[in-house]
Design a protein around this ligand. Structure first.
Ligand SMILES: Cc1ncc(COP(=O)(O)O)c(C=O)c1O
Length: 459
């Protein structure tokens, strides 16, 4: 059956077209850090799928009906109803984005000396745990170690390791088990329902709340229907609801599967924890019925949440990601398998074997994609995750040297992805020409956002 894209463009934006010389200058000006590039010099922006999607005409129409009153606005109740349709918790608090939800909830559940255990903490999530003086432990499942295997659920948490932590000497210090769906830091891989059920049982047995970091709850649900025969006949909405039922609460960035440019969510069963969060939200985000968001955004989100679980939309997203991954393979660039939905993760370590981890192959490939094609993306490798000494020399490399090509929702079409694949193919013809990189400066926290680097030139 031929595939039909389930939407068309209703409004368009021209994209900048630059020369290679201009891009070389821009990279210099940006301290060779893609986060510092001005977007009017970026042709295809694959830096993030967060808040970067296109709105639907229905979202825009609902936004026109927004109620901007301070408390109890109609827009809040429409938002709450749309959330409750999937997230069956009593207490729903909007906040301005995902990391605000993390800060508020973790303040209630963690604190100095406490522990957060996860399949993988996303970068801001880890920072919010550590800023409280708590400790973040990642326990990805062993299958996640093999980037090439077609194992369907490489986002799972390692259940044996989780049990060891909960029953070991540190057990009483665990303040939350946090499962990230899908596992962004782990290559965008989904978490299986069996894994969630087992983690939920373990957490309950030890009296620890199970919290979902549910930024991509719809994409996880879709991949469950596609990869787990037991859920083949289920709708993505029913799978998502079941996943939330297994947990005690969630934090979510709604800039992904809320199909919005801003927004976040805390949702909880527990009234006491919710009460503590509400005070924090009122003090730092806004009253409990808007949490720092306009009525306009609450309406956009309500409609986004109604749209995001449409199987036609999710099937299309899967197909686009698979298309780019297949084209990368055809060009000789390995990607993390099986490909997920929100991004394609390139194996830069394998493409650039002449570069050692201390020369940051992932970062080198990200810079090359910008230089050669105006494509912006970021590395997920030793520059972001490696351990440095006091002179910013790499002492412990990251397990993998990856580059994430994040796919904004409903923005780029086949033609754009074809272009990305062609630029990648050109780089892959002469990988030895891609130079390595060194740090010029590297702040201790969140360094990939803020560092300055320079290419290593032959002396
Ligand atoms: C898994 C995950 N958790 C949390 C966040 C943070 O959300 P936000 O960017 O809305 O603060 C992100 C953002 O990319 C994410 O991917």
């Amino acid at each position: 059956m031929p595939h039909l894209r389930p939407f068309v463009s209703a409004v368009v934006r021209p994209i900048p077209v630059t020369t290679r010389e201009q891009r070389i200058q821009e990279l210099d000006r940006a301290g060779h850090n893609p986060f510092n590039l001005p977007s009017d010099k970026v042709s295809i922006d694959l830096l993030s799928d967060s808040g970067t999607g296109a709105l639907s005409t229905d979202q825009q129409a609902w936004a026109q009906r927004a109620d901007e009153r301070y408390a109890g606005a109609d827009s809040f109740f429409r938002f709450q109803e749309a959330v409750r349709d999937v997230v069956p918790y009593r207490h729903i608090l909007p906040v301005h984005q995902g990391r605000a939800a993390e800060r508020v909830l973790f303040t209630a559940l963690l604190g100095p000396g406490r522990i957060s255990v996860s399949n993988t903490h996303f970068d801001t999530t880890r920072a919010n745990v550590e800023l409280l003086g708590a400790h973040a432990i990642d326990l990805p499942c062993p299958q996640a170690q093999d980037l090439d295997s077609e194992e369907p659920f490489k986002g799972d948490i390692d259940l044996d390791a989780l049990k060891d932590v909960l029953t070991g000497p540190d057990g009483p210090r665990v303040g939350q088990v946090l499962i990230t769906i899908t596992n962004n830091g782990g290559g965008g891989q989904p978490v299986s329902m069996g894994n969630l059920e087992a983690a939920s049982a373990l957490a309950r047995e030890h009296g620890v709340p199970l919290i979902l970091d549910a930024a991509r709850f719809a994409e996880n649900a879709w991949l469950v229907t596609r990869r787990d025969p037991a859920y083949a006949g289920w709708s993505p909405r029913d799978v998502a609801r079941r996943a939330f039922e297994l947990a005690d609460g969630c934090v979510a960035s709604l800039k992904k599967d809320g199909l919005s440019h801003e927004g976040g969510l805390i949702a909880l069963h527990d009234g006491k924890v919710a009460d503590e969060c509400e005070v924090n939200v009122i003090a730092t985000e806004g009253f409990r019925t808007y949490g720092g968001l306009t009525g306009h955004t609450l309406e956009t989100l309500a409609q986004g949440l109604r749209e995001v679980l449409d199987p036609n939309y999710l099937a299309d997203r899967e197909r686009e990601a698979a298309f780019l991954a297949d084209r990368a393979h055809a060009a000789g660039v390995a990607t993390v398998r099986p490909s997920g939905l929100h991004g394609v993760y390139l194996n830069a370590g394998r493409l650039l074997p002449h570069l050692q981890p201390w020369q940051f192959p992932g970062h080198a490939l990200a810079c090359a994609l910008y230089r050669e094609g105006g494509i912006r993306c970021s590395e997920l490798g030793s520059l972001y995750l490696g351990e440095l000494d006091e002179n910013n020399a790499l002492v412990t490399p990251a397990p993998f040297e990856l580059v994430r090509l994040a796919l904004p929702r409903r923005v780029y079409d086949h033609g754009h992805l074809e272009y990305v694949a062609e630029v990648l193919a050109d780089i892959a013809k002469h990988p030895e020409q891609v130079p390595g990189y060194r740090f010029v400066s590297a702040p201790p926290l969140l360094r990939h956002f803020r560092c300055v680097t320079a290419p290593i030139t032959a002396s």
